[in-house]
Design a protein around this ligand. Structure first.
Ligand SMILES: Cc1cc2nc3c(=O)[nH]c(=O)nc-3n(C[C@H](O)[C@H](O)[C@H](O)COP(=O)(O)OP(=O)(O)OC[C@H]3O[C@@H](n4cnc5c(N)ncnc54)[C@H](O)[C@@H]3O)c2cc1C
Length: 471
């Protein structure tokens, strides 16, 4: 490949300042969040400012048949923004404007590289009565990126996964065409995907391998005046999970329900893994720590909601943590917190699954981690009124120790294999190795359909090769 020719064509689109093939800049984008193997390679990075520029870049990638990888901060945990086959990384962070907030239909129209920090700051300043669901990820990570890869937020009980927060999209396809899907394809409103054929699915769960989203409308929610964050603790998951499932179905104005195992909390606050109890169950520590957030419009309504939450949790044997703990701190620097531990690295794998399987998932993953001398760092969130859930498991490692990194990789894969024995456990942000397994396993006609879709939207296979479906 002649980089000089491509770089010069790219410079004509965005200007010299926003293209680079210098190793001291491109190395930032090789980044592998440990699940990809081997590490990726970014040959050229470009930072477009408009959808038209994105279109021109896609045309050049097609002309030279060179890979294109959409990228915001590249720390999505599945390494799905790692350029596995080299090529151009499209760093979208200049596409960062909040274009409109519709208070009546409660959505924000944002550009494809908008970060959580950007959206939160804008809403806080201009629309304090509305809130976006936010992640536990660092403030500089991407909103649209998270929605497209089924990320999940602190409003997951209200709205489901990030994908369900998407009202409509503007996308530059791998072929270079620019399309709009949702109500925005027929009007100026971006209120939803209904009642047209739901084409947003052509871009959700595809890990940037069918097109580059340049605009997205994201659902917002009313911020009500009365709010409480419960921290409920119990000795075991067998005891705690049934309480959370009951709460999720009790209609109590609940925005979020999640559970952390004791050791995940310790990892998030920066405790050194080798200095905390490997098996806190043996020391009678509360292994089950959950968060339940509720909000209400009036004080009386709020009191009634809180009273019902307290009653259900007490009946189930859970204890409420002392007042004053607020979960309203998002997005926060969990990534930074990990760095307090020695050589602090952390990586997790996660799956969507039936709420019936949470306890089994937890136990299988825990046993595997303990077998390898790692603490049990489990996290689960109930979603969309308790219709399903996401479960995840984290392994810490020393980022400066290649052997520890390799070992973490192996353990994460082993955990995935163990929990995959449960029916309906499907990994999200699946790295390449997990995709390969799914492609073997998935209903064959479904996979054939995926390949046809991929071919239609990205005929030269330039979009994020090695990731997504039907490659
Ligand atoms: C400590 C920590 C905590 C986290 N907690 C959460 C959490 O609670 N919930 C959660 O959802 N996530 C979480 N994440 C994961 C992730 O960082 C977020 O989901 C984030 O918002 C995704 O942004 P990113 O910048 O990392 O995406 P990237 O890694 O840059 O991109 C993710 C994927 O989307 C594709 N992509 C990006 N932008 C576009 C676009 N405009 N069009 C098409 N494809 C695109 C990329 O090619 C890639 O496949 C966490 C990450 C960390 C490090």
């Amino acid at each position: 490949m002649n980089n000089n020719e491509i770089v010069s064509e790219l410079e004509n689109i965005v200007g010299e300042q926003f293209v680079s093939d210098k190793p001291e800049e491109t190395f930032l984008y090789h980044y592998d969040f440990i699940t990809a193997e081997p590490e990726g390679k970014c040959d050229i990075v470009i930072m477009p400012k408009t959808a038209e520029e994105v279109q021109e870049i896609v045309k050049i990638a097609n002309k030279f048949k060179i890979p294109l990888v959409p990228w915001v901060s590249g720390i999505n945990f599945g390494s799905t923004a790692t350029p596995l086959k080299g090529g151009i990384v499209v760093d979208l962070r200049r596409l960062n404007r909040v274009l409109e907030v519709n208070e009546d239909d409660m959505y924000a129209l944002i550009e494809g590289g908008t970060t959580w920090a950007g959206l939160q700051a804008y809403l806080g300043k201009n629309h304090p009565n509305l809130m976006a669901g936010v992640t536990f990820s660092p403030p500089g990570t991407g909103v649209v990126a998270s929605c497209l890869c089924y990320g999940m937020f602190n409003l997951g009980m209200l709205g489901g996964t990030g994908a369900e927060f998407i009202n409509g999209l503007e996308v530059v396809l791998g072929s270079g065409d620019l399309v709009r899907v949702g109500s925005c394809s027929l009007s100026d409103y971006w209120y939803g995907r209904q009642p047209l054929p739901d084409l947003a699915g052509l871009f959700i769960g595809w890990e940037g391998s069918t097109g580059i989203v340049t605009k997205a409308a994201i659902k917002l929610w009313p911020k009500l005046p009365f709010r409480k964050d419960f921290v409920l603790m119990g000795n075991t998951f067998d005891m705690g999970i049934p309480v959370l499932l009951k709460l999720s179905k009790a209609g109590l104005g609940i925005c979020d329900i999640f559970v952390f195992s004791y050791n995940w909390i310790q990892a998030a606050i920066g405790a050194y893994e080798k200095k905390v109890p490997l098996n806190p169950l043996k020391d009678n520590l509360p292994v089950f720590i959950s968060g339940v957030t509720t909000q209400a419009y009036t004080e009386k309504q709020h009191e009634a909601q809180c009273e019902a939450i307290e009653t259900i949790s007490k009946e189930g044997g859970l204890t409420e943590a002392p007042q004053g703990i607020s979960l309203d701190i998002l997005p926060y620097q969990a990534w930074g917190a990990w760095n307090f531990s020695r050589g602090g690295g952390g990586e997790w794998i996660g799956s969507y699954c039936s709420t019936r399987e949470i306890i089994k998932y937890y136990k299988l993953a825990r046993e595997t981690a303990l077998k390898h001398g790692h603490t049990s760092q489990f996290y689960s969130r109930l979603l969309f009124g308790g219709h399903y859930c996401v479960s995840r498991f984290n392994i810490n490692f020393n980022k400066n120790d290649p052997e520890e990194i390799e070992s973490a990789r192996i353990i994460l894969k082993e955990i995935h294999e163990e929990v995959s024995s449960l029916d309906g456990v499907v990994m999200y942000k699946a790295p390449k190795w997990a995709h390969e397994v799914y492609e073997e396993k998935i209903y064959p006609a479904t996979y054939e359909l995926m390949k046809k879709i991929k071919n239609l939207l990205d005929p030269n296979k330039v979009m994020n090769p090695g990731h997504g479906w039907g490659d």
